[in-house]
Write a protein that binds this ligand. Structure first.
Ligand SMILES: [Fe+2]
Length: 389
C-alpha cells in the first residue's frame, strides 16, 4: 500500500484505535495510540496497567463472598491457587472417563515445537458430558473462576491437549516467562493426568500479579522499547527474563508439578510459562480462560451472560476470526482439524505425529507437588506463534 492510502486508512481508523485505549486491546504494534512513544512517555501504558489493577481489585471485592476466605488469602498473596484432589475420587473418575471417550470438533495451533489442541465445550458437547457439565455449572466452580477473572461474564471452556516436542520447530515460545496481557485475567486447568516436572507443568512467579511501583516502571520501559521486542511482546504479551524478575523484587518461579485431579487457577497478568518438557509428552486438561474489558467497573452486564451466547463464546469467536481472515482483515492461526478425541495424535499443519502416539489416558491420583525451579531463559519467539483466543 502506498503512503497516501496508508495515511487515509490511518485517519479513518483513528477513532477506532482511540476507542480501543479504553478496551482490552493490547497490541503496541497494531494501535498507533497504544504504541505511541510520546503517549507512553507521558505514561499511557503504565496508567492503563494501574487503572486496570485497581478496577479488578474493586470487582473482586464484590465477588469475594463466593469463595472461602483461605483461598482468597492465598490468591491475593500469590496470584495462583493449586488445589490437589479437587473433585471427589468417584466424580473425577467419571469426568475423566467421559472425556476420554469424547469425540468432538477441535482446532490446533503449532507454536515452536509444541502443538496445542482445543475442543470447545459448546452446549452440544457438554450435553454428552454430564459430570463435566455438573462441575462447570456448580456455584463453587463459577465462584472461584469468576473471582480470579474478576468478572461474572463466564469463562471460555475447552478440553485442552498440549503435545510437547511434537512439531519441527524452534523451542515452544510459551516456555518463556511472560504476562498474557496488561490487565488481570484468568486461566485454569483441571489436570486429567499426572503432570510431572519432566512433562512441562505450569510455572508461575508468586506475587507477580501485583503491579508494584517497580513493575509499573518496567511496564513503562517496555512500552517505550516494544519495537525491539519479540513478536509476542509487540502484540502486548510481554516476555521477561529471570534476571528482570529478580530485579522487580518478585520471588523465584515455582513449577506446579501436579497429580491428576489437581486444579491450578492463576491470574495470568502474573508472570508464567509452560515449563520446558524434557521428553515428548501429552497433557490433557479441562481448561478455562476468563478475560474482559478491564475498564468496566461492573462485574456483569454482558451479552455473554445470556446463556445462549455465553455457552458459544469460543465457537462464535473462531467463526468471527475465520470470517476476518478470509477477507484479509486478520489471521486465524487455529486450524480446524475436524472431529477428534482429546488423546488422538496431533493433526495440524506442522505436527509430526509419529513420535506422538499417546496411549489411553493414564490414571493418576494424589496431590500436587509445587516444586521450586527455574524455567529456561528467554528465547526468540517465531512470528507465526499465536495465543489462545
Ligand atoms: Fe500465557
Amino acid at each position: 500500500m502506498g503512503s497516501w492510502p496508508r495515511l487515509a486508512t490511518r485517519i479513518l481508523l483513528a477513532p477506532v484505535h482511540l476507542a480501543a485505549v479504553a478496551s482490552a486491546s493490547r497490541s503496541f504494534g497494531r494501535n498507533p495510540f497504544l504504541g505511541s512513544d510520546r503517549l507512553n512517555r507521558w505514561g499511557l501504558h503504565a496508567r492503563r496497567v494501574a487503572v486496570a489493577q485497581r478496577l479488578a481489585q474493586h470487582r473482586r471485592e464484590r465477588l469475594a463472598p463466593a469463595l472461602p476466605a483461605a483461598d482468597r488469602e492465598v490468591f491475593e498473596r500469590d496470584g495462583i491457587l493449586v488445589k490437589p484432589d479437587f473433585l471427589p475420587p468417584e466424580s473425577f473418575a467419571r469426568l475423566r472417563a467421559e472425556i476420554a471417550a469424547l469425540r468432538a470438533p477441535a482446532r490446533e495451533v503449532v507454536q515452536g515445537d509444541a502443538v496445542s489442541r482445543l475442543l470447545p465445550l459448546s452446549p452440544a458437547v457438554l450435553e454428552r458430558l454430564p459430570e463435566t457439565r455438573a462441575l462447570v455449572t456448580s456455584p463453587a466452580w463459577r465462584g472461584l473462576l469468576d473471582y480470579v477473572a474478576s468478572t461474572r461474564v463466564g469463562p471460555l471452556l475447552f478440553i485442552q491437549t498440549i503435545y510437547s516436542h511434537a512439531a519441527l520447530g524452534e523451542e515452544d515460545p510459551q516456555t518463556v516467562l511472560h504476562s498474557d496481557t496488561f490487565y488481570p485475567s484468568m486461566k485454569c486447568w483441571l489436570y486429567l493426568q499426572d503432570v510431572p516436572a519432566e512433562d512441562g507443568p505450569f510455572v508461575y512467579v508468586p506475587g507477580s500479579h501485583r503491579a508494584t511501583p517497580r513493575r509499573l516502571w518496567w511496564e513503562r520501559e517496555r512500552s517505550l522499547s516494544w519495537r525491539q521486542g519479540d513478536d509476542h511482546s509487540r502484540r502486548g504479551s510481554l516476555r521477561v527474563t529471570p534476571a528482570m524478575i529478580r530485579r522487580l523484587g518478585y520471588g523465584e518461579p515455582v513449577t506446579c508439578a501436579a497429580r491428576a485431579n489437581t486444579l491450578v487457577i492463576a491470574d495470568t497478568y502474573g508472570f508464567h510459562a509452560r515449563g520446558p518438557s524434557s521428553r515428548p509428552s501429552t497433557r490433557v486438561a479441562l481448561w478455562a480462560q476468563g478475560r474482559r474489558n478491564p475498564f468496566l467497573p461492573w462485574t456483569g452486564f454482558s451479552p455473554t451472560t445470556v446463556r445462549a451466547i455465553g455457552d458459544r463464546q469460543a465457537v462464535l469467536f473462531w467463526k468471527l476470526t475465520d470470517w476476518l481472515a478470509h477477507r484479509g482483515l486478520g489471521r486465524q492461526p487455529w486450524r480446524d482439524v475436524g472431529v477428534v478425541n482429546p488423546m488422538d495424535p496431533p493433526l495440524g499443519q506442522g505436527a509430526t505425529s509419529p513420535a506422538m502416539v499417546p496411549g489411553p489416558m493414564p490414571a493418576g491420583k494424589g496431590s500436587a507437588t509445587p516444586v521450586a525451579g527455574t524455567p529456561k531463559p528467554a528465547a526468540a519467539v517465531p512470528p507465526g506463534a499465536a495465543p489462545v483466543p
